[in-house]
Design a protein around this ligand. Structure first.
Ligand SMILES: [Zn+2]
Length: 384
């Protein structure tokens, strides 16, 4: 459900994207406003009036979230923190950062900017409603709703559950007073995870009382928060442990290679069935790396042509996307591995193949490093 994104528009250079899940929430918000909230608080209006109010309320809600996230982004931009954009998803928005803030002060200012914007917006909508004494009930209703929802948004985001804004404020405070970003993230994300479990438990409680719709919402938000808090901690941990560690320290030397003269049938019989790798480096007798042959390209070749072709004909030149130098930073190698979508990277030096590195090698290195420091992996089940 998460992950499908549509770019809506650009503002101040930030891309505003819409997660597919937001379409569901937009419909739900409009619907619940039009059939329940507005008819209950402003009885006696026509059905179409309630629907127009519902649509206006949902659009205002959507715009309020954009303003909230934009304020996070503007502060981040001010401190030269790279922003990837803003994605609106199931319970609000996420300003996507390309890195961690440099210090606790920046983290604090960035985190607090969103809730402050929501509080200001909330008060503005309430003031507009109070000042316009001659508003029709339709307009007053929508303004009242927007005033209320912005304050709810601020309150929810201020809960000290990382990665919610309040959790970031908590992390900034711990980071400031204890001086350890990793430790601060660990504590803040444990709070986030705990709050997620609490929401899920409340969902189960509502289910027992025959309220499945509320139960599903609480359960989903709780599950999302729990996952997000663990993932954020993992990212900080990865960056903390892998930055500055060259690939040389954990690369696997003596990789399996094939010669360009080898018939394709031999490649299949002696290599593909035995190793099941995605890519095989092609190395000449003079120990020169000439390219890579992908198992997928071999599969595309009809069986009866296996004897007539040689590996060298199927090989593709190695590119910057699948090679690294032994001095490449482990964190950089990991993001390259993620972009490559699995498989391995070739570690090369002046056209010679030194070793290969797979995601598993990075993870094993990380696990070994953490063990040496007397710590454990945060999410063993996600590692396969
Ligand atoms: Zn926020």
């Amino acid at each position: 459900m998460f992950g499908r994104r549509v770019t809506l528009f650009k503002i101040f250079g930030f891309e505003i994207r819409l997660d597919a899940s937001w379409i569901i929430i937009a419909i739900l918000v409009t619907w619940s406003l039009a059939v329940a909230v507005f008819p209950n608080t402003y009885p006696g209006l026509s059905r179409s009036a309630y629907w127009w109010m519902g649509i206006a309320g949902a659009l205002g809600f959507f715009g309020s979230i954009v303003v909230h996230e934009l304020c996070h982004s503007l502060v981040a931009n001010h401190y030269k923190l790279p922003m990837k954009g803003i994605t609106l998803f199931i319970f609000g928005g996420v300003a996507e950062m390309g890195g961690e803030p440099q210090n606790p002060k920046v983290e604090f200012l960035m985190a607090i900017a969103g809730p402050v914007a929501s509080i200001v917006l909330g008060l503005l909508f309430h003031a507009m409603r109070a000042l316009g004494a001659s508003w029709s009930p339709e307009v007053a209703g929508v303004l009242g709703y927007l005033g209320w929802i912005n304050l709810v948004l601020a309150a929810f985001n201020l809960i000290p559950a990382f990665p919610l804004d309040g959790g970031r404020v908590l992390r900034a405070a711990l980071w400031h007073f204890k001086g350890d970003l990793l430790q601060a993230t660990s504590t803040a994300s444990r709070m986030g995870s705990g709050f997620g479990i609490l929401l899920m438990a409340f969902g189960v409680y509502r289910l027992l009382f025959g309220d499945p719709i509320t139960a599903i919402w609480y359960f989903m938000i709780g599950m999302f928060l729990r996952g997000a808090s663990q993932m954020s901690y993992e990212q900080v941990l990865l960056r903390n442990e892998l930055t500055g560690e060259p690939v040389r320290r954990f690369m696997r030397p003596h990789p399996v290679t094939v010669s360009p003269e080898m018939p394709v049938r031999q490649l299949v019989d002696e290599y593909l069935y035995r190793y099941d790798y995605k890519v095989y480096p092609v190395v000449t007798a003079a120990d020169e790396l000439v390219g890579c042959v992908a198992a997928e390209d071999v599969r595309k070749l009809p069986k009866d042509e296996w004897d007539r072709h040689r590996v060298g004909e199927l090989a593709k030149p190695c590119s910057a996307t699948n090679t690294v130098s032994p001095d490449t930073d482990a964190m950089q190698a990991l993001s390259k591995l993620q972009q490559a979508g699995g498989g391995s990277l070739l570690v090369t030096e002046r056209n010679h193949l030194l070793a290969v590195v797979s995601p598993r090698d990075v993870i094993n290195f990380l696990a070994a490093k953490l063990r040496m420091e007397g710590r454990s992996m945060p999410l063993p089940q996600a590692r396969g």
